[in-house]
Design a protein around this ligand. Structure first.
Ligand code: YK8
Length: 177
């Protein structure tokens, strides 16, 4: 996968996990900014293999005259059993967009790592890959891949900016302690 985000934040690893992977007010605000509507999610639940899973669904705004205005999306998240509370979290997120052309040909695989640096610092790394579930050739493949990369890059650039904003608000509230 390609590395889209690699950044140290001044907050604990468990705090960052909570912001990104629970129904936090941060997630709600970020979705609003991204024009993501109708969100719903299942609770984290352990599966047979010992990983935790949840499923998110939402509608994203696309606003591309060639592709459409909106698409529904489903995101299957897996929190690896190798994760260690407060130390290390790995979440794999598989995103399917259902209402775009060739939607049954491709999906996006995002891998999030949250790694403790110190008590109040952690690193976030996000790798992303466009995957093909059907043979896809030539122009169509180029078109899908380019569109996906642009969309993914933009999304994680904004996620980083909003997390930095959240971080500075949090640390102001706590003071320099
Ligand atoms: C998640 C990757 C591709 C998709 C989109 C598809 C165009 C297809 C063009 C073909 C619209 C929130 C994206 C960007 C939609 C948004 C997805 C988000 C940002 C027909 C020529 C949604 C992370 C994520 C992953 C993949 C993104 C899609 O948390 O271009």
């Amino acid at each position: 996968g390609r590395l889209y985000l690699n950044k140290v934040f001044h907050m604990s690893a468990s705090k960052l996990f909570e912001l990104l992977f629970t129904d936090s007010s941060f997630t709600q605000r970020f979705m609003e900014i991204r024009s993501i509507t109708n969100p719903s999610s299942t609770a984290w639940q352990k599966d047979d293999s010992g990983n935790d899973k949840r499923v998110l669904s939402y509608t994203i705004a696309i606003n591309n005259p060639l592709i459409g205005k909106f698409s529904t999306a489903t995101e299957n998240q897996t929190l690896s059993k190798e994760s260690r509370e407060g130390q290390y979290y790995r979440v794999d997120a598989v995103v399917h967009t259902h209402d775009v052309p060739y939607h049954d040909h491709f999906y996006t695989q995002n891998r999030y790592y949250i790694i403790r640096v110190s008590k109040r610092k952690c690193r976030l790394r996000v790798y992303s890959d466009v995957k093909y579930s059907k043979p896809t050739f030539g122009l169509i493949k180029t078109f899908i891949t380019k569109n996906s990369w642009t969309g993914i890059e933009d999304y994680f650039r904004q996620l980083e900016a909003e997390l930095l904003e959240e971080e500075s608000e949090m640390n102001q509230a706590v003071g320099e302690s």
